[in-house]
Design a protein around this ligand. Structure first.
Ligand code: SF4
Length: 79
């Protein structure tokens, strides 16, 4: 289960977030490209973040699917 106390700082505020367990597999970006993107900071490992929170049921479903697909449970919805 993703830990809201371990969020990567690039997430925008809101319920959905990526935490530091992300292994940069890019599945969430492929599945929900309107909400997740990869970031690659020089002093950090590449990882995903949430750049746009869902605003309707369809978008929420996309984010839920991405959360379910994450192989390391690095996506949370209780941020
Ligand atoms: S699916 Fe999970 S591990 Fe893969 S990039 Fe997204 S948050 Fe990271």
């Amino acid at each position: 289960m993703a830990d809201k106390n371990m969020k990567v700082f690039e997430n925008v505020p809101g319920p959905y977030f990526v935490d530091t367990e992300c292994i940069a597999c890019e599945l969430c970006v492929d599945g929900a490209p309107n909400h997740f993107k990869m970031v690659d900071n020089k002093d950090n490992m590449p990882h995903a973040c949430v750049f746009k929170q869902p605003e309707n049921d369809e978008e929420k479903e996309n984010c839920e699917d991405a959360m379910g697909a994450c192989p390391v449970d690095a996506i949370g919805d209780n941020g």
